[in-house]
Design a protein around this ligand. Structure first.
Ligand code: PHE
Length: 495
């Protein structure tokens, strides 16, 4: 094992710290903001099922691989890849995997910070007399104000830079230690509230009863991307943290604990949110605003809601911070090692870059809402590019590196495993299962695009149109009048 080697950036003080730090990285907006709205956008149970399968079959094995590369390399992801490639007598082009990972981290941070800004602004929501309508309206209000969005985005990035510049090993340990369990408790409290909304079982059914007809290549890619995103995989965050892990810690058990905690938080968030959605007649497919529109209703209705609501958004912002620092750390550590610059300089440089790119995401909700890339706003396009393309691709290459490039005896040595059944199952997964499954999802999506006239996006549009037509018909029948629609550009009647 890599006992003699230590990272120049430090080592976690105890076994627990790595688990806490990695869980801090994994648990964040991905669990509480993104998971529920993605499940809602993709039909509920079917998405959740594929997501859980991706976590167990693909995510967990790759997480083990990432921690192992980090701990053996003992440096930034790019340089760990470089030294392990040298150890395996192969090309140093593998450094690129670390470099693109660092880039993915910056891109994710750019839009993550905008959404984290929403969470911070909600700390001051007040949580009183909130109805479904007023809640949706105040979220729309926030999105339509470029100044507020940029203010909160800037504040969030500054906090991230502040923590990372001081060195993530200092101070952070204590924070995560107490605050993460508190967030967990508030989510449990929300679940208890959800139980008595009257729509608890409807919510559970929506989350856990898969409608298999809803599974298509697009849903699979979204679930796969979300699995990578929520576990912080495919871009080196966990690898960077692995470099600070004590040599005597069991990597396998650690990975299982982190993945289990992360999945638990996401599922609990879903269990808390969907009953509130249904009880208040909101649409599960409300998109990125889902959590921000639903939870304030719950807080305003419960005793001590102001206290719990404020505390919840404080903790959510801190959970987002403990994730954002791991988004920038791979790049920062790499710059320090290769350019020999100070930590503070490296952090400010990268923080500024992410802040600048993030401005376009913040403005994509208002001033730049017409500016699209392949039909997506800047915010959605960066989200798509990173989560659904860069992370899964990064994941495939990490699996290939561990399974095919590294020498088996080095892998065994670093993991501290015997060649037992668990090792064999894991090794089989990183060699064959994970790369094949991720590859197949990509291929099926390409096939879908090139052979079918309907792209998955068109299909969604069409579903919406059919839904509108049905609603119109019903209205006409009910009220006894006829409705027609005029195209605003050509003035033609089309429905
Ligand atoms: N896992 C974090 C979350 O769920 C986001 C993240 C992704 C962090 C990738 C680091 C790397 O919020």
């Amino acid at each position: 094992m890599s006992e003699d080697k230590k990272s120049i950036h430090g080592t976690w003080s105890s076994r627990w710290t790595f688990i806490l730090a990695a869980t801090g990285s994994a648990v964040g907006l991905g669990n509480i903001w993104k998971f529920p709205y993605m499940a809602g956008d993709n039909g509920g149970g079917a998405f959740v099922l594929v997501y859980l399968a991706c976590i167990c079959i693909i995510g967990l094995p790759i997480m083990l691989g990432e921690i192992m590369i980090g701990r053996r390399g003992r440096s930034s992801p790019a340089n760990s890849m470089k030294s392990l490639a040298a150890e395996a007598n192969t090309t140093s082009a593998w450094t690129l995997l670390g470099a693109t990972g660092a880039l993915a981290g910056l891109l994710i941070l750019s839009f993550y910070s905008v959404a984290a800004g929403w969470a911070m602004s909600y700390i001051f929501n007040g949580f009183q007399n909130i109805t479904a309508e007023s809640s949706s309206a105040s979220f729309k209000n926030l999105l339509s104000s470029p100044l507020s969005l940029i203010f909160w985005h800037s504040l969030f990035i500054s906090l991230t830079v502040f923590i990372v510049a001081r060195g993530i090993l200092k101070g952070l340990e204590k924070w995560i230690n107490t605050l993460m369990p508190m967030l967990f408790l508030i989510i449990l409290l929300l679940c208890i509230y959800a139980m008595q909304t009257g729509a608890f079982f409807e919510g559970l059914r929506y989350l856990f009863m898969p409608d298999f007809s809803k599974i298509n290549p697009q849903v699979m890619l979204e679930a796969l991307g979300q699995a990578f995103f929520t576990l912080s995989l495919g871009m080196g965050a966990i690898m960077a943290y692995g470099a600070y892990m004590p040599a005597n810690q069991n990597i396998g058990k650690t990975a299982v604990s982190v993945a289990a905690l992360d999945t638990g938080v996401a599922l609990l968030a879903g269990i808390a949110i969907f009953p509130i959605v249904f009880a208040n007649g909101l649409a599960p497919s409300a998109g990125p605003g889902l959590v921000f529109e639903t939870l304030p209703i719950a807080f305003s209705a419960m005793p001590l809601g102001i206290l719990f609501g404020t505390l919840f958004f404080v903790l959510l912002s801190i959970a987002a911070l403990s994730s954002s620092i791991s988004l920038i750390e791979p790049g920062v550590a790499w710059l320090i090692e290769s350019l020999k610059i100070k930590r503070i300089t490296a952090t400010i440089l990268l923080g500024f870059t992410a802040w600048f790119i993030g401005l376009f995401s913040a403005l994509s909700f208002n001033l730049l809402s017409e500016f699209t890339i392949f039909g997506k706003t800047f915010f959605n396009a960066t989200d798509f590019l990173t989560n659904q393309i860069m992370l899964p691709l990064g994941g495939i290459f990490i699996a290939i590196f561990v399974g095919w490039i590294m020498k088996k005896e080095h892998v065994l040595d670093e993991l501290g495993f015997q060649e037992n059944f668990i090792f064999k199952a894991w090794y089989f997964s990183v060699r064959f299962v994970a790369p094949t499954l991720v590859g197949l999802v990509f291929l099926s999506l390409l096939y879908f695009f090139f052979t079918e006239e309907e792209s998955p996006d068109n299909e969604k549009e069409e579903e919406k149109e059919i839904y509108i037509e049905e609603m119109v018909e019903e209205l006409e029948e009910l009220k006894g009048f006829s409705i027609s629609f005029r195209d605003p550009k050509t003035n033609e009647i089309y429905l």
